[in-house]
Write a protein that binds this ligand. Structure first.
Ligand code: RB5
Length: 149
C-alpha cells in the first residue's frame, strides 16, 4: 500500500532548478519524494516526463504528483492523457487550493518560466494542504472520469 505522503516530481530541462527546490521544500515537510529527474540540462521532451510521473500516480505508486516545464502547459497536457489523472496548471495559490477542493486534482503543473521560486512554493503548499470536499463536486469529478471511457 503506497503512502499517502508519497509524491512524484518530474520536469523537462526548463524547470530543473525549480523542481529541485520543490523537492527540498516538501521533503523538509515530511513528504516522501520520488524525483524522476532529469538532473542534467540537455534539452529534453516534456511529454515523456509528464507521462512518467502520471503513470506513477495512476498506478497508485504515488498519491500525488508535481510536474514542471517552461510554462507548465505542455507537461500538463501530456499527464492528462493518462487515465485517472486530473492535472491543472497553476500560477496562483487560490487555483492550486481549488483544484484539490473542487476538482480532486491528483497532479499539479507549474511553469518555471512563469512563476518564481517563492510563489511556486506557496502554490505547492496550497495544493498539498487542501483536501477534496466531495459532495456535489464528486458528481462532477465522476463526470470527468466518465469521459475516459
Ligand atoms: C521548452 O522550451 C518548452 O517548450 C517547455 O518547457 C514547455 O514550456 C512546454 O509546454
Amino acid at each position: 500500500m503506497p503512502s499517502d505522503r508519497r509524491i512524484v516530481l518530474s520536469s523537462d530541462h526548463a524547470a530543473i532548478a525549480l523542481r529541485q527546490a520543490i523537492a527540498r521544500h516538501i521533503g523538509a515537510q515530511g513528504w516522501e519524494v520520488v524525483d524522476l529527474g532529469p538532473t542534467t540540462p540537455e534539452s529534453t521532451h516534456y511529454p515523456a516526463h509528464g507521462e512518467a510521473a502520471a503513470r506513477a500516480v495512476a498506478a497508485g505508486d504515488c498519491a500525488l504528483g508535481i510536474i514542471l516545464c517552461g510554462t507548465g502547459q505542455g507537461i500538463m497536457m501530456a499527464a492528462n492523457k493518462i487515465r485517472g489523472i486530473r492535472c491543472g496548471v497553476c500560477a496562483d495559490p487560490f487555483s492550486a487550493r481549488m483544484i484539490r477542493q473542487h476538482n480532486d486534482a491528483n497532479m499539479l503543473a507549474l511553469g518555471a518560466r512563469v512563476v518564481g521560486e517563492g510563489l511556486a512554493l506557496d502554490i505547492v503548499d496550497a495544493f498539498l494542504n487542501a483536501a477534496f470536499e466531495g459532495g456535489r463536486h464528486a458528481i462532477r469529478v465522476d463526470m470527468i472520469s466518465a469521459l475516459e471511457s
